[in-house]
Design a protein around this ligand. Structure first.
Ligand code: ZN
Length: 169
């Protein structure tokens, strides 16, 4: 197991539509273990495969470990958001691929996610609060979407300079 380098905004892999994982191989299991190490090392609550340069539809998350709860990493393979609430909620998000820039994003407050784990077991769970934000944020990475794509005009203007500096060669 090892900590992998995290790709930063401007890297084209973050803009690709990731491909389905399909069959879980030893390589996928090893990648999941490395992604978990990388997430805790960062430290973050979620990490998607494109963020470590692998354009596959999988992410890892642990929504509450930063609050002092025992670590409980979840590996999400080939997820699908099968419903989103009509009500939305603003939340200030960070992204490991956009270091140092927190942005307020308005997203559906609740989502239902279906996915497979490393053993092939299918899960379907309703997520609320911060867990819902993490699920939607990581899911977006699989479609090449970054949270800075989702900002209000005011919020976009507020962080424009910092974002440009981050992407400057
Ligand atoms: Zn992110």
């Amino acid at each position: 197991m090892s900590v992998l380098p995290i790709r930063v905004i401007g890297d084209p892999v973050l803009r690709q539509i990731a491909l389905p994982v399909g069959k879980v191989t030893d390589d996928i299991r090893a990648l999941a273990a490395d992604m978990i190490d990388t997430m805790y090392d960062a430290p973050g609550r979620g990490l998607a495969a494109p963020q470590v340069g692998v354009s596959l539809r999988m992410f890892v998350m642990d929504c509450h470990w930063k609050d002092g709860v025992v670590r409980d990493p979840v590996v999400v393979i080939d997820p699908e958001i099968i419903s989103r609430s009509k009500t939305t909620k603003p939340f200030t998000e960070g992204c490991l691929s956009i270091p140092g820039i927190g942005v307020e994003v308005e997203r559906p407050s609740d989502v239902t996610l279906r996915w497979r784990d490393l053993e092939g077991v299918v899960h379907m769970v309703d997520f609320t609060d911060v867990a819902s934000v993490i699920v939607q944020h990581e899911y977006d990475h699989l479609d090449g979407i970054l949270n800075t794509d989702l900002l209000s005009e005011t919020e976009a203007a507020r962080v424009a300079e910092a974002l440009a500096a981050l992407q400057a060669p």
